[in-house]
Design a protein around this ligand. Structure first.
Ligand code: ATP
Ligand code: MG
Length: 460
């Protein structure tokens, strides 16, 4: 597998080289199309200025004049009336020039060797040090026709610029390639970190800290990753706690059942003892069965919203029904119940909501005191229904009240008084309320009583 780093670096370097080459190609084409004719014209003017001077001043020494001009920065080839050639200035690399051309210039024509110079793709004609790449101009000197062929001595005139340009391009290339290599590393390093972090999470180490402080997309990705791993670590902790709670809650009834079955196996038990042991075993199996049912319900509620199947039903009637069913229990415990339950129809899951009221009423009964009271008030508001369960029971401290919706949580008082329960009731209640987009609030005072208020929004 080629790493993303080398891919990125190679692609960028490729882009730099391709664009340099393309730039050169386009500049060359531009030279041939636009600059070459202009350059030709310019040099024609210069050549004609020379020939005009020579024609006017027949007295100047032709060779020394041309040698002088050449020293200023020109390469010159002089062809005299006899066809003899003399050169001034730097030597031409290629001295070939067709005879007819020379003759035509001697006869008075101007030769546009620069304009006509063939196009070459990667070699700009500008630099071609050839006799063909010159301007030819005719002139008469001391009565005989002459021709000069000139071109600027590029080496002499531009050699500094040449080197400068060369260095500039070389430095540009080297620096940009170096920068690409460094910046690719900088771009890719968080991805490497993220990959290592995913490996950590995969191996069960959730608390990863990425130390990526960027604000770009990778920074956002890193932060979401950290949040995700944090959430995973919370879930993992919850799962471990849940499993240990469940095992503990299954363990104690099982131990009891084990113990009492051993007792039952003894010989010479009285019928009374036997009945007592059997009752304990039955109680514990009931507890186990309730626990399993509650756990199953909780998992179903956790798993999917579709578990909630809402329909329109008579909420008021459902609650009065529940109260009616519980009357014997209230009487048995010597509790007084007052309630205000008007007829209200509501859109929600009747079976799940029945669970809510039943749990709250059972708690109000279980955690009550002798001769205590329970009040249930159902208020029908335009946008919501509010249900309050209030009791004058044992109550809870603020810390305890905060935790009642946690799975398996049971306040100390209920444990010490050996009131049976699993600590799952209210977590089921709060999950059902949540599925109905409602809220549940608790307020309680130790020794005075507790109030649970459920608010359910109406929606049709
Ligand atoms: P379960 O309902 O699963 O049989 P549980 O009643 O112990 O068991 P929850 O209904 O979730 O579990 O209640 C959690 C704890 O909150 C209880 O153990 C109790 O300590 C406390 N609690 C709940 N309702 C009341 C109340 N009305 N008054 C005082 N304490 C309460
Ligand atoms: Mg309960």
């Amino acid at each position: 597998m080629r790493s993303i780093y080398s891919k990125l670096a190679l692609t960028s370097i490729g882009i730099i080289l391709v664009s340099a080459l393309l730039g050169f190609y386009i500049a060359n084409a531009y030279y041939h199309e636009s600059i070459k004719p202009l350059n030709d014209e310019k040099n024609v003017r210069i050549a004609q200025a020379m020939t005009a001077f020579l024609e006017e001043h027949g007295e100047v020494q032709l060779d020394s004049y041309l040698a002088n001009v050449a020293a200023v920065g020109y390469q010159i080839c002089l062809v005299d009336g006899n066809g003899a050639e003399r050169y001034f200035g730097a030597a031409f690399k290629d001295k070939r020039l067709d005879e007819p051309i020379k003759r035509r210039v001697l006869a008075g024509e101007v030769y546009h060797g620069m304009r006509e110079f063939p196009k070459k793709t990667f070699m700009t004609g500008f630099f071609a040090n050839e006799l063909r790449n010159t301007i030819g101009a005719p002139f008469t000197y001391n009565g005989t026709p002459h021709a000069i062929f000139i071109r600027p001595d590029i080496k002499l005139l531009f050699s500094e610029i040449h080197t400068l340009l060369g260095w500039m391009i070389a430095i540009m290339l080297v620096v940009s390639i170096a920068l690409v290599i460094v910046s690719s590393k900088f771009l890719v390093s968080p991805i490497v970190k993220l990959t290592e972090a995913t490996r950590e999470v995969k191996n069960g180490r959730f608390a990863v800290k990425l130390d990526i402080t960027r604000n770009d997309e990778i920074g956002v990705l890193a932060r979401s990753f950290e949040e995700m791993s944090m959430r995973l670590s919370q879930l993992d902790a919850m799962r471990t706690e849940f499993v240990s709670n469940v095992s503990h809650d299954f363990q104690s009834p099982l131990l009891n059942i084990q113990g009492y079955t051993q007792l039952l196996a003894q010989e010479g038990l009285s019928a009374e003892e036997r009945a007592q042991y059997i009752a304990v075993i039955r109680e514990e199996t009931d507890r186990l069965s309730l626990l399993t049912k509650q756990l199953l319900l909780l998992t179903s509620l956790d798993k999917e919203e579709s578990y909630c199947r809402p329909e329109r039903f008579e909420l008021g009637r459902q609650m009065t029904e529940l109260v009616r069913k519980s009357l014997w229990l209230l009487e048995e415990k010597g509790l007084a119940l007052t309630y205000t339950i008007p007829d209200v129809s509501f859109y929600g899951d009747p079976a799940l909501l029945y669970n809510v009221w039943e749990n709250l009423l059972t708690n109000a009964i279980k955690y009550n005191k002798e001769n205590g009271t329970i009040t249930i008030v159902l208020t029908d508001e335009p946008a919501r229904v509010v249900v309050e369960f209030r009791d004058t029971g044992i109550g809870m401290t603020d810390q305890e009240a905060k935790r009642v919706f946690d799975r398996f949580y049971r306040a100390d008082a209920s444990r010490s008084r050996a009131i049976p329960g699993t600590g799952l009731g209210l977590s089921i209640v709060s999950r059902i309320v949540e599925l109905h987009r409602g809220t549940i609030a608790v307020s309680s005072r130790p020794g005075e009583g507790t109030s649970f208020v459920v608010t359910l929004p109406k929606k049709d």
